[in-house]
Write a protein that binds this ligand. Structure first.
Ligand SMILES: Nc1ncnc2c1ncn2[C@@H]1O[C@H](COP(=O)(O)OP(=O)(O)OP(=O)(O)O)[C@@H](O)[C@H]1O
Length: 239
């Protein structure tokens, strides 16, 4: 069943259209990857899906009463975020912010949700540690736990393994796959094409418009897919 549909969607900055004619759907339980070169419109689309940016034209439909605030979001990390002076627990719990409404304090239930997601991602033992003292991989797990506090339905991840070493990246991908297997829809922007091909169910390839939308298998067999996968996959030169 469709969770989100984009129909003839375009985005513009200062009335200048930068991304146009997007037509695709994300289904319940999808592992949906958005790929494309720098500046092709991936982050703009993410902002659109989160309703942080209005389409210039077209419509983004959220089905089954999915509210944008119910999508957990793991943004790209900046150096300022990496230095954030809060405990792991505080960072994870802040994922429940959207549930607070006018209440000033978190409820017992929200605290339980935070505890549950820390255990789920294997960071329960880091609860009282300062976020900025963690490794890059641990920080990403914390942010993933935070994103999961906001949702039972979908998470949106912007380059979740950027800056992580191959082993930690692999662990992160396995966690994301496990979460997807538990029924959470995964929507991910990625420059990591080999892993995209390994895990994605559907792929959207952007270059200011939609160059491809379909299954990972269809992408692999398409001209655009073959060219992009070939270019982006790093081949170890002969020693
Ligand atoms: N705030 C803005 N004002 C004006 N133009 C913008 C703004 N943000 C993005 N753009 C333009 O919109 C287009 C798409 O940018 P976007 O950041 O969405 O690309 P991207 O695919 O996410 O890039 P990257 O892979 O480098 O993160 C680009 O041409 C960019 O210059």
């Amino acid at each position: 069943m469709n969770m989100i549909s984009c129909k003839n969607v375009s985005f513009a900055y200062d009335n200048v259209v930068t991304v146009k004619d997007l037509n695709f759907s994300i289904v319940d339980g999808d592992y949906f990857c958005i790929v494309g070169k720098n500046g092709s419109g991936k982050s703009t689309l993410l902002k659109g899906l989160l309703h942080l940016k209005k389409p210039f034209a077209g419509i983004i439909e959220m089905h089954n009463r999915l509210a944008p605030a119910e999508i957990g979001y793991l943004p790209q990390q900046t150096s300022i975020q990496k230095d954030f002076p809060a405990s792991v627990y505080e960072v994870v719990l802040s994922g429940c912010l959207n549930r607070l409404g006018f209440r000033p304090f978190y409820s017992k239930n929200e605290k339980n949700v935070a505890e549950h997601n820390m255990e789920r991602l294997g960071i329960g033992h880091l609860k009282n540690k300062c976020y900025r003292e963690l490794s890059g991989g641990q920080q990403q797990r914390v942010l993933l736990a935070r994103a999961l506090c906001a949702t039972k339905k979908a998470i949106l991840l912007d380059e979740p393994v950027a800056g992580l070493d191959p082993v930690v990246s692999q662990e992160m991908y396995e966690l994301i796959q496990t979460i997807n297997g538990q029924g959470i829809t995964v929507i991910m922007v990625s420059h990591d094409i080999p892993s995209t091909m390994k895990y994605a169910k559907h792929i959207l390839h952007l270059h200011h418009t939609q160059l491809f939308f379909g299954t990972a298998g269809e992408y692999q067999n398409s001209d655009i897919g073959r060219r992009f996968i070939g270019k982006e996959t790093y081949v170890q030169p002969d020693a």
